[in-house]
Design a protein around this ligand. Sequence first.
Ligand code: FNR
Length: 191
Amino acid sequence: MDKSSIEVGVLVGSLRKASFSRRMAMALHHLAPPHLRLSVIEIGAMPLYNQDDEAAAPAAWTAFRDEIKGADALLFITPEYNRSIPSALKNAIDVGSRPKGSSVWNGKPAAVISLSPGVIGAFGANHHLRQCLMCLNVATMPAPEAYIGGADKLFDAADDVVVPATRDFLSQFMQAFDRWIDRFVPAVPSR
Ligand code: FNR
């Protein structure tokens, strides 16, 4: 990994165009350390995982797996659906985890941001996601935790975060994520 430019694949749990989770991904471009290069890895076009299809894996699965493999680190930004993660995100996790023995998640450093218009900040989704990532040997940053409430009042028209305390928190969160990623980079001189 070249520490002057770290490729962070961003997985957005919502598929809707005006998604607050997607707007958060946009906002983080301005709040993350500049050497963290954030790009969204799309999950919406993948067929539902069906083990029968592995013999001739759909192109969308293969492209997704290649994109995850190419990322140095992963940032999950997700809403909560019925106290868990949206099915599109679970499908992406399942697709990446197979074929058995070839999981593309293995050993990747990661972080989770959950958000909701409500006050609990999608806590349930955040922890269900962490549970899935644990068994896939994803090194998910334990702290700081990011449960972002009031997501409907967070962004301006340019997708910048307008709540100063949240902006400061997200900036600190991304600095912590940078240090977390650093722990998984072997024997490269410090910046
Ligand atoms: C929701 N929403 C929701 N919110 C929450 O805080 N806890 C929940 O369990 C749920 N459950 C839920 C289920 C389904 C099917 C939908 C469509 C929505 C509301 C959700 O937080 C809200 O719609 C967000 O705006 C969705 O995130 P995006 O699309 O803005 O990123």
